[in-house]
Design a protein around this ligand. Structure first.
Ligand code: SF4
Ligand code: SF4
Length: 188
């Protein structure tokens, strides 16, 4: 599989993931306020290098590699550099929404297994404050199940999480390397 095929394959899973999590969120009535970007402003968001490959390829296609590498090298905030603020109060949008990694698709309202393997709900703090009533977790999509599907494509998709800006920088370097040598993803 070459890097473009890998990216396309992953993007298909990403789309399915987004649809599943957003449909569940809609079914609970816990809607994110318009242009809310509070979760993107957290400085500790992590992703793996491999799950940032679709975004890195998009940056290559946009001809913005040098600009992005410089921004990523010089970042001191730790806040995702894809975040595009709109006005104040943490409002904004994702500059690479179609290519965002899994954490950005599952965050909001999602299921996880407790020690007894029961499904519990993880709800973003902001949503909890807006909708304080408890929710029945039945039918919630479970994050670990989706991570396993990613791992089935390539285990490196769910290994070695790094701060999101660092993961994007390393993904960009990897994409440039593959483009230069025209090798398949499994060769390195
Ligand atoms: S990639 Fe996009 S959605 Fe994810 S944290 Fe960054 S700005 Fe937010
Ligand atoms: S998940 Fe929470 S912080 Fe993120 S956009 Fe929705 S309401 Fe805002």
């Amino acid at each position: 599989m070459n890097i473009r095929e890998f990216s396309d394959y992953l993007l298909k899973l990403y789309q399915e993931m987004s649809l599943t999590f957003s449909s569940y969120q809609n079914s609970t009535g816990l809607h994110c306020p318009p242009e809310c970007g509070k979760c993107c402003l957290k400085p500790n968001i992590e992703a793996t290098v491999f799950e940032m490959i679709p975004m890195a390829l998009r940056i290559v296609d946009e001809g913005l590699v040098e600009e992005w590498l410089e921004k990523l090298e010089n970042d001191t905030t730790g806040i995702c550099l894809n975040f595009v603020p709109i006005g104040e109060d943490g409002k904004g949008r994702c500059g690479h929404y179609q290519e965002r990694p899994s954490v950005c698709r599952m965050f909001g309202v999602a299921g996880y297994h407790n020690k007894r393997r029961e499904v519990n709900l993880s709800i973003c703090k902001h949503l909890k404050s807006l909708y304080p009533d408890p929710l029945d977790p039945t039918g919630a999509p479970v994050m670990a199940n989706w991570s396993s599907q990613m791992g089935a494509i390539d285990p490196r998709l769910i290994q070695e999480f790094k701060p999101i800006n660092e993961a994007l920088k390393l993904a960009l370097q990897r994409v440039i390397f593959y483009a230069e040598y025209q090798i398949t993803l499994t060769e390195n």
